[in-house]
Design a protein around this ligand. Structure first.
Ligand SMILES: [Zn+2]
Length: 389
């Protein structure tokens, strides 16, 4: 038994600027007592404590720090062992930022499953391989399905080992034209079939989609979570709120292209398009929260310029820029995704899993303090985080 004394804390739902004593026994929280006394066993003190962070959208096999597009495309031919090494480095980066659960949003090579089976400190939900239509966007992360029989067989096969089923519903954004490339990959009938097959296997679905047309098909088909969701509309948000469709808006990859246009070779006109896309996205994210949409934080780490770990902290800053409170922002990266995924709660309350991140300063006083992770408590283990400033 040991006691963690924090000067301020966020329990997964609410912030309190008063001291708390959290007694940890084995892998669980035995007691949570307001006040700052050491109740049982040796005491660890910190400025701020909260549940371990969750990144709802990342690609563990990709190095987000690699900006050379030629190197990135050559990497797709790299031996599996090299990709797994990249995945391991990404796990270390993720943990160093106080993240204890990630959802991998797909890779064709199985690195996500391999990392899931070997990783202990970091819990990994893995999509395995996603689904896409032949010849369409998503070759690095998805399997092609041409017809209904192939959909049925692929969902059955992928569901054997995945935690959630990922579907590539649309192409990516063409930043030069400021629109989404191509028509949606799956029409409503096919996507309904995907969702039905997944539900028969007890699997939740999440869809890569941007553009009102593709998002509308995904929402109508009953997809559980819209990933990216650029070019959102008010009407779609209302439907999502009404039927409990989550949204993971992944600002970070687009924000990086806006911030560092030279990395992708964008000229001033494209930079203006990027700025407009981001501005509209901020407005709809703020509106989503007002309407009660389940908004979840995900970085899309592994995308160019989005590093694992740091990417989620950047994403939280983007959510704050939408006007969300720090409580709303941290809920989107702690209690909410765990509840939606029916993962065990890591909220700070008696009986819950001890799955905590400790900070050297309180992020409610200054969001920059989100970078000051000092220690992580995961199950019965305590570890000092190796955090670069
Ligand atoms: Zn992604």
């Amino acid at each position: 038994m040991r006691t963690l004394v924090a000067s301020a804390w966020f329990d997964g739902e609410r912030y309190r600027a008063t001291p708390v004593s959290i007694v940890v026994e084995g892998a669980r929280i035995a007691a949570v007592v307001e006040g700052g006394q050491a109740i049982a066993g040796p005491a660890t003190r910190c400025a701020f404590a909260m549940p371990g962070l969750v990144d709802a959208h990342c690609h563990l096999f990709l190095d987000g720090g690699e900006l050379d597009f030629k190197v990135r495309s050559r990497y797709q031919e790299a031996p599996l062992e090299q990709m797994i090494e990249v995945g391991r480095d990404n796990v270390a980066r993720t943990l160093s930022r106080g993240i204890t659960l990630v959802r991998d949003a797909g890779d064709r090579y199985g690195v996500n499953h391999a990392i899931r089976s070997e990783s202990k400190a970091l819990e990994v939900r893995s999509a395995g391989e996603a689904l896409r239509r032949p010849g369409r966007y998503g070759s690095f992360m998805a399997r092609e399905v041409a017809n209904d029989d192939e959909i049925r067989a692929a969902v059955r096969d992928i569901a054997r080992s995945c935690d959630d089923l990922k579907i590539i519903e649309t192409g990516i954004i063409d930043f030069e034209s400021g629109s989404v490339k191509g028509a949606p990959q799956f029409d409503l009938e096919s996507l309904r079939l995907v969702v039905r097959c997944a539900r028969e296997q007890g699997i939740r679905t999440f869809a890569h989609c941007s553009g009102a047309e593709g998002i509308a098909v995904a929402v109508e088909a009953g997809i559980d979570s819209i990933e990216h969701g650029f070019f959102m509309t008010e009407d779609l948000l209302r439907r999502m709120a009404g039927q409990g469709t989550a949204w993971v808006p992944t600002f970070s990859p687009v924000h990086f292209q806006w911030l560092r246009p030279e990395a992708a070779g964008w000229g001033p006109e494209t930079v203006l398009k990027l700025a407009a896309i981001l501005e509209s996205h901020r407005e709809y994210v703020a509106r989503a929260v007002q309407l009660g949409v389940d908004l979840v934080a995900g970085s899309d780490a592994g995308s160019p310029g989005v590093e694992h770990g740091a990417g989620l902290i950047d994403e939280l800053r983007r959510l704050l820029e939408c006007g969300l409170s720090m409580e709303q922002t941290l809920r989107a990266a702690t209690s909410l995704p765990r509840r939606l995924w029916r993962a065990e709660s890591a909220d700070i309350r008696p009986g819950a899993l001890a799955n905590l991140t400790l900070f050297g300063a309180d992020p409610f006083q200054d969001p920059a303090n989100l970078l000051r992770v000092s220690e992580a408590v995961r199950g019965a283990g305590w570890s000092r985080a190796s955090v670069s400033p």
